[in-house]
Ligand binder design. Structure first.
Ligand code: AMP
Ligand code: MG
Length: 436
């Protein structure tokens, strides 16, 4: 199971909600019902099942898609034993033990043009990188190590039997498993599959994700901004994060803060998608209808997660669709998406994931936090003048301050019970390159 939210901070700790936030210094935030981030991850991951269904697509269309079946090679790669160098192919018995030896050059083996051998002992063949080793040869002397003579070449005694030769099947043998089901294809895989002659692959079908923003205060870009209104940015960050995952998007726009509109949007989203994601309206204020709508239409798990940003989070199901109700604050949307929604979408797509790599870095800022919650502050990771990994926070860390995300290249993961991270101390960072 994928386990990464809060990893490296408190992952090893027994996950007992009653242990969360018991410090007297944070009684204002203490909520015994809060889940640890890793508990929320575990609950989500144990609830989601990979979608069934796959499609057969051309190799070039398969980048970033998830393999639905193992892929085996029908051929050896390389398919023939060949030269790793431009030089001269000969039999190892021809190599002198000491001194030098003159050899006749009886022909040339080009990449793609096989020399019709055999090559007798005492003779050699000019050979190019990638060309088939002619019959009777097993060793290549690189061209820089020979001396030209009127009748051929002169070699000395520095060479080893079998050198500079690439053997048939040394990369992949016929029948080997090249890639496994559940693997998301990267550019190297496209080359790998091409090298075994595979031009079509079976990949899992795209997961369909519908999403909408809630809030009477939200305006679309292009519209005038009346007093008290803000532009809807969450749908754009969601669009970006979802696009990176290769899912099919259904943008349901902005939904007003009314019971009727929220219910209608829920029904619409759940009917057309595998996953419905909302932002905002998930607290328990008077204009927050997400929880109520979910209770009315589906099964709800509503959580406070002991983390910042991103405390309120709803997860549940409406008929067959999974539901994620993310908080409204722009940074909270991104943090909760990366920690909870993204791993779930990967699982739904049939991907086998490895947890992201956390790094230790020297903190260059004084970081304040409250104990009783894991904090995901935004940072810039770099190498300092001594070549050591260092991290600075990216300005004010309020959950509405999206520039803290835009300027960042990592999360600084501050563990549950920590109160501060002083400048100079070691902290754990989660580079965005590991998750986005
Ligand atoms: P809510 O969770 O709905 O109470 O929203 C929390 C905060 O996030 C409020 O300040 C909202 O105005 C803001 N917010 C909610 N949705 C969006 C959005 N789509 N784009 C930008 N800010 C938002
Ligand atoms: Mg709202």
């Amino acid at each position: 199971m994928l386990q990464w939210a809060g990893l490296g901070s408190d992952a090893a700790q027994t996950m007992n909600p009653s242990t969360v936030g018991t410090s007297p210094s944070c009684m204002d935030d203490y909520d015994p019902a809060s889940l640890l981030p890793e508990q929320a991850t575990e609950r989500i991951q144990s609830a989601v099942q990979p979608v069934s269904g796959f499609e057969k697509i051309h190799l070039r269309a398969a980048l970033d898609r998830v393999l639905a079946r193992d892929i085996h090679s029908r051929i050896d790669v390389p398919s023939h034993t060949n030269s790793a160098m431009d030089g001269y192919a000969l039999h190892a018995n021809t190599l002198p033990d000491d001194g030098t030896r003159d050899l006749e050059v009886v022909g040339t083996s080009w990449a793609g043009h096989v020399f019709p051998g055999p090559v007798a002992a005492g003779a050699c063949v000019r050979i190019m990188t990638g060309a088939v080793m002619p019959e009777g040869t097993d060793t290549v002397v690189m061209q820089e190590h020979v001396e030209q003579t009127p009748g051929g070449i002169r070699i000395d005694a520095r060479h080893k039997a079998g050198q500079n030769v690439r053997h048939a099947g040394e990369d992949i043998g016929a029948g080997d498993t090249v890639l496994r089901a559940g693997h998301r294809l990267i550019p190297a895989d496209l080359g790998l599959l091409a090298s075994v002659g595979t031009n079509e692959v079976k990949v899992t079908r795209r997961v369909r994700v519908a999403f909408f923003s809630t809030g009477d205060e939200l305006r679309s870009i292009g519209d005038p901004l009346e007093p008290g209104m803000i532009y809807d940015s969450n749908r754009y960050t969601l669009y970006g994060m979802l696009t990176r995952l290769g899912v099919e998007l259904i943008d349901l726009g902005v939904v007003a803060d009314t019971r009727e509109d929220t219910l209608r949007a829920f029904e619409q989203g759940a009917a057309c998608a595998d996953v419905l994601i909302t932002s905002g309206g998930v607290s328990v204020g008077e204009a927050d209808f997400v929880k109520e709508a979910l209770e009315q239409l589906g099964q709800i798990d509503f959580w406070k997660v002991a983390m910042k940003p991103g405390r309120p989070l709803a997860f549940g199901k409406i008929n067959d669709a999974y539901f994620f109700g993310l908080p409204g604050n722009p940074v909270s949307v991104m943090v909760t998406f990366y920690l909870f929604v993204q791993p779930a979408l990967r699982t739904l797509q049939g991907e086998r994931c490895t947890p992201p790599l956390l790094l230790d870095a020297r903190c260059r800022s004084n970081l304040r936090k409250k104990p009783g919650r894991t904090e995901y502050q935004r940072g810039m990771l770099y190498r300092d003048a001594d070549g050591q990994l260092a991290v600075d926070k990216t300005g004010p860390q309020g959950s509405g301050i999206l520039t803290s995300m835009a300027d960042a290249n990592c999360f600084i993961v501050l563990p549950l019970e920590a109160e501060t991270a002083e400048a100079g101390s070691l902290v754990q960072v989660l580079p965005f390159s590991e998750i986005v």
